[in-house]
Ligand binder design. Structure first.
Ligand code: ARG
Length: 460
């Protein structure tokens, strides 16, 4: 059995840490992802230590040079983090000691792994938030293009997954545009709370050394500084907030995925996904499946699970730092990566879809979804809406039982239901007339969609 490497805290103990216990507690396989953030934080810390004369300029230079080399070794794979080192912070510190000797130990002056890992996590989140913001900007751009392309294409709008009223397809795409825009606003707002430096809180109570936390905050590009050292090391609510924002993005994507899956099915037949973004079956040669949309829908479950994981980890933890909090990283990393990847691939798939305009034109022209037009026509002829609704209901029943679509019902027949109906009824029984008769704010008419498109363009 190989001997343990020295752990940062070993000196107080008379027995070496049990290997199984160490294997169980090691987080290197997860937190190795933070090596760049860790080195960046360390360089800022030691720069401040030198400025405050806590270490000498020469020592700081040695440490910074060593850390720079370690970053290269880690990125090139010549330094492979070993689980025996407990966590990535220890991997880097042990390697620094190998390179420059005992002076490496000065890097930890006035710093604990508690404020160190909180700093690394915030730096990681800051960059992931930017990546997700960019990904959302990307899908919003695709949606804007789709809305522009199909602004005068008429599709069915649904409620309860029943055909409800005809709408401009542009209106539909802009609905998703607005959802992703709010997701992006949520992230921008969250960034203010993430961009706060916890470095200088030390283990949780602060330090006897004359640290300058404002300086490290500045060096790391944080907007502000922790107000309370206990909170700085023990709070993870920004992770909860971030995963919650990711879960909301995934929820939006998952609803969209559901539309894509349904609309590309034979039964709906509204949407064609390019072969480059569809999959087949190993058994049934005719199959064309929307696997990308299905996977996004499936991964949504993972991100929801991550939110429950982090909420549950934090529930009931006494102040301040507890080792439980090491378990924050798998859900954080997984949520960030899954969400960015899902948004990016969904946007590319969406780019590679086309509405089947001929079929949609045929279906919408004959559909019962024009019934609301009849009711509103009657209202314009001074019939109270409740009566108009009842009369139209009877017309719909007649249409179904006689197999005659609404626009094909003869005027004489219409007049059996209400004598206020005239020839002009046929003008409103066209999907385009229906769509464009909508006059209210933010509605589905071509004119309203044009206004919305202009506003959306400004947002981007
Ligand atoms: N690996 C630990 C984590 O990610 C680092 C902090 C360890 N602190 C401690 N007091 N044991 O949370």
């Amino acid at each position: 059995m190989s001997k343990n490497k020295e752990l940062l805290w070993q000196s107080r103990f008379s027995l070496p840490f049990d290997r199984d216990a160490l294997l169980f507690s090691s987080s290197v396989h997860v937190d190795r992802k933070l090596y760049r953030e860790d080195i960046r934080g360390s360089i800022a810390h030691v720069t401040m230590l030198a400025e405050e004369n806590i270490v000498s300029r020469e020592e700081a230079l040695q440490i910074i040079t060593g850390l720079g080399e370690i970053e290269v070794e880690l990125s090139e794979g010549t330094l492979v983090p070993q689980w025996e080192d407990e966590d990535i912070h220890t991997v880097i510190e042990n390697r620094l000691k190998e390179k420059i000797g005992p002076v490496a130990g000065k890097l930890h002056s006035g710093r604990s792994r508690n404020d160190q890992v909180a700093t690394d996590t915030r730096l990681y989140m800051r960059s992931q938030i930017s990546d997700l913001e960019e990904a959302l900007g990307g899908i919003m751009k695709v949606l804007l293009d789709k809305a522009e392309t199909y602004r005068e294409t008429i599709i069915f709008g649904y409620t309860h997954l029943q055909r409800a009223q005809p709408i401009s397809a542009g209106h539909y795409y802009l609905a998703y545009f607005n959802m992703f825009n709010r997701d992006r606003q949520r992230l921008r707002d969250l960034k203010k709370r993430v961009n706060v430096s916890p470095l200088g809180a030390a283990a949780f109570a602060g330090s006897t050394l004359p640290l300058n936390p404002a300086r490290t905050a500045e060096l790391l590009g944080f907007e502000s500084l922790f107000p309370n050292s206990i909170d700085a090391v023990s709070d993870r609510d920004i992770i909860i907030e971030f995963i919650s924002a990711c879960a909301t993005v995934m929820m939006h994507l998952s609803r969209f995925a559901e539309d894509v899956i349904l609309w590309s099915s034979y039964e709906f037949g509204y949407l064609e996904i390019s072969d480059a973004f569809a999959t087949g079956s190993s058994l049934m040669p005719q199959k064309k499946n929307a696997d990308i949309a299905e996977l996004v829908r499936g991964k949504t479950g993972r991100v929801y699970g991550n939110l429950m994981t982090i909420l549950t980890i934090m529930k009931g933890l006494p102040l301040s730092y507890n080792r439980d909090m090491q378990e924050d990283k798998p859900p954080l990393f997984d949520s960030a990566e899954t969400t960015v990847q899902s948004v990016n691939i969904f946007a590319r798939m969406l780019e590679n879809t086309a509405l089947k305009e001929d079929r949609l034109a045929r279906l919408t022209a004959e559909d019962l979804s024009l019934a609301t037009e009849i009711a509103e026509y009657l209202v314009r002829k001074q019939i109270p809406f409740r009566d108009a609704h009842r009369i139209t209901g009877k017309i719909v029943t007649w249409s179904i039982s006689n197999g005659v679509t609404l626009p094909k019902i003869p005027l004489g027949q219409f007049r059996e239901f209400s004598d206020v109906i005239d020839n002009d009824i046929y003008d409103c029984l066209k999907p385009e007339a229906s769509v464009n008769s909508k006059k209210s704010h933010g509605s589905c008419s071509f004119a309203s969609v044009a206004v919305q498109l202009e506003e959306a363009g400004k947002v981007l």
